[in-house]
Design a protein around this ligand. Sequence first.
Ligand code: GLN
Length: 453
Amino acid sequence: MVKEYLTRIEKNKGLNAFLEVFEEEALERASVIDKKIQAGDAGKLAGIVIGLKDNLCYKDHEINCSSKILEGFISLYSATAVERLLEQDAIIIGRLNCDEFAMGSTNENSAYGNVLHPMDNTKVPGGSSGGAAVAVKAEMCTAALGTDTGGSVRQPASLCGIIGFKPTYGRISRYGLIAYASSFDQIGVMSNSVDLVAQILEVISGSDEYDSTCSSKPVDDYANNLELAGKLKIAYFTDCIDHPSLDKEIKSLTEELIASLKKEGHTVEPVSFPYVDFMVPAYYVLTNAEASSNLARYDGVKFGYRNDDAEDLESTYKKTRSEGFGTEVKRRIMLGTFVLSAGYYDAYYAKAQKVRRIITDKTKEILDQYEFIITPTSPTTAFGIGEKTENPISMYLSDIFTVHGNLTGLPVVSLPLWNHSSDGLPIGLQVLGNKFSESRVLAFSEYLLQRKN
Ligand code: GLN
């Protein structure tokens, strides 16, 4: 299997999904695991070949978050999630391209070149886990770990036509996930089958002494609970379905799905959620604020790149950060610093915190009455390379439906329900559930994907 994947990686080099391939190491590990399988003592994930988004630490391997500022930096330890994959005999095949520090929706913000959509090379694959989505879609690995701060697992999954699952905030340890916005960041799983997502999730979830925000709630047996019995109560937001940014075809396909779920006897009802237009602004104020703090550590002293001509501490900071960070990362550090500054803190940061609280409370009220909320994952299918790079606001607005899951910390998945729109590109449906209802969200996902066939 590893050989087969390596051949496909070589064949698809032009897509630029991988930053590095651990060729020899993966083959060596494969032969060790083959022996374990023969001896009958292999781990739960033996035979699963996984790619890692390049913001997840893997001991003794380079990690640079697709940024020049971390070029050549070698991880001193593995992320807890990675450690747990290895314990269960998964094979890590390489590092995957992404937007710099996971900031972006198209993978065009990588210092190592953008990633191409595997079905149409003129389109973006989505982001920030674009390399991960493409590697899974083009079968260059069995599954990938991405990270999702505002949709980075689900949106590229939707644009490329695979499954992208972001669990509840705190379900998976963030230890070894290089921070973008710590109160939003969560590791997610990308693959082609719900069963595999369930198996991987089960292995990497659970308490961790190295992350105090990680929940100690016991992990369910996700993979053995994928059957769904009885009728469901599902809500959808009229404010999403009628949103002017939503593509007409995606709207009508979602409406058809709602009608057919009703025909099957499920309760599917419209709910008003007049906060949709406040989600992207609140998300960007808060995540930029957190990013400006998290990224202060890249100062040319402790990690990675340092400008050689700097003469003193201040010029070291200035030159290193000016040269090491890309445009989008700099924009966010400046915006974040601004919204946290003395004169503007209340007007922006504190206000956005209040908006986050209202959105979380209102969502909870809805989920007290309905088990799931469904929305399209993305307002459009994959768009053209360069189409939104000149206008950051239009780029940010493409996250309109995905940021909800991170503002609230709820488990949420994107499912490849429609393989071909009229432009030949995939369309995803998003399913959001209650806190720690991973098991139910997965079971509903399986139901939705099976009934389609
Ligand atoms: N597109 C969003 C952003 O640029 C989401 C990124 C993410 O989830 N890492 O912030």
